[in-house]
Design a protein around this ligand. Structure first.
Ligand code: A2R
Length: 321
């Protein structure tokens, strides 16, 4: 029997995924290597496949040490940690896991919005601490019903967020680079949309194209009663400007699942009670992570079988025909 093709696993994954990788590939684990540089120099040329995720990506030393790389299967929809254009130019087919996490990330966005508006965290603490008995009723909050919601990025997840927000009688607007065929108001100018919105939900990809798209001007336009929700990438929001806007009272509140230097969160944000913070759990349920892992495996299995993948990133689609 011919040797199995070699796959480099960048980080740890579930035992279930590893077992599926091992059915078709000879698997090596980069994270198990004590001498990473020595290992890559000695073995790098033998690998044709990489399994990674949206956080680990394909580090530069790995990309350079694998001249015979043919396929990368990444876990997660965002792939800003992978140089997809560079991989495409090398003829490397990169895949990701779109669609299977749309509902989960959209639910997380709505959960954050509700938590900020209805002060869920403080109200729960009020109940738990005995303040209800000692001090009486919790102060009134603001309704999420009938709000003007601006969505920044109206792709697979953004459209799912729009559908959920519609159930709260929201008036939806969106900002993207190109207008979509949807029944929502299109704003080519993000600041104008922020001015017209009470809630701004950010769900674009990360990377240089969207870095600090949500800047001081956008936050100021959203205003002292406005709420910013970010479930995309930390890099999309200028975090220093966000802290400054919240401290100055120029922005009403924020719900954040992602941060610029994860897992570090600025202390200033941790100290604010008009901010709800999550540790990047947008897609993190057993069911959705299982579906994502399954799609990573199916991408690799289809590549072994047919030289193609199920869900290539757009930059690599031409290699999948
Ligand atoms: O700009 P367009 O027309 O290509 O629309 C895309 C929009 N988008 C942007 N909007 C404003 N300024 C930009 N510089 C910009 N770049 C992209 O983001 C599109 O409507 C949306 C992305 O949609 P999808 O590609 O379908 O991504 P999906 O599956 O919704 O996930 C979005 C992100 C991932 O990349 C992860 O970072 C995160 O959600 O979990």
């Amino acid at each position: 029997m011919p040797d199995k093709p070699k796959l480099l696993q960048i980080g740890n994954v579930t035992a279930r995924m590893t077992a599926r990788f091992e059915a078709g590939f000879d698997v090596s684990k980069l994270f198990d290597q004590e001498d990473r540089a020595g290992f890559l120099a000695a073995e790098g040329a033998s690998f044709v496949a990489i399994a990674t995720d949206g956080h680990w990506g394909v580090p530069d030393d790995v990309a350079a040490a694998l001249p015979n790389l043919k396929v990368v299967a990444s876990y997660g929809v965002g792939y800003d940690a992978i140089d997809a254009d560079g991989m495409a130019a090398r003829g490397v087919l990169v895949s990701h896991t779109p669609d299977v996490l749309n509902d989960e990330v959209a639910d997380t966005a709505i959960m954050l919005w509700l938590a900020v508006s209805r002060r869920l965290v403080q109200a729960e603490a009020w109940a738990r601490s005995g303040d209800w008995e000692a001090k009486g009723a919790f102060p009134l909050t603001h309704t999420v019903r009938g709000r003007k919601v601006g969505i920044v990025g109206l792709g697979r997840i953004g459209q799912t967020i729009a559908e959920l927000a519609s159930a709260f009688d929201a008036t939806i607007a969106y900002h993207t680079r190109s207008e979509k065929d949807v029944p929502y108001a299109y704003y080519p100018d993000l600041v104008k949309m922020a001015e017209a919105s009470e809630v701004l939900i950010v769900i674009t990809p990360g990377g240089p194209g969207t870095r600090h798209l949500i800047n001081a001007d956008v936050m100021k336009a959203l205003g002292p009663e406005g709420i910013l929700i970010n479930v995309s990438r930390g890099s999309v929001v200028d975090e220093a400007a966000l802290v400054a806007a919240l401290e100055a009272g120029e922005l009403g509140g924020a719900g954040l699942d992602v941060f610029e230097a994860e897992p570090k969160i600025p202390d200033a944000l941790k100290a604010m009670d008009n901010v709800v913070l999550l540790p990047h759990v947008g897609s993190a349920t057993v069911e959705t992570r299982m579906a994502m892992g399954d799609l990573v495996c199916r991408n690799l299995e289809m590549w072994l079988d047919k030289g193609r993948v199920v869900t290539p990133v757009p930059e690599c689609k031409f290699l999948n025909d």
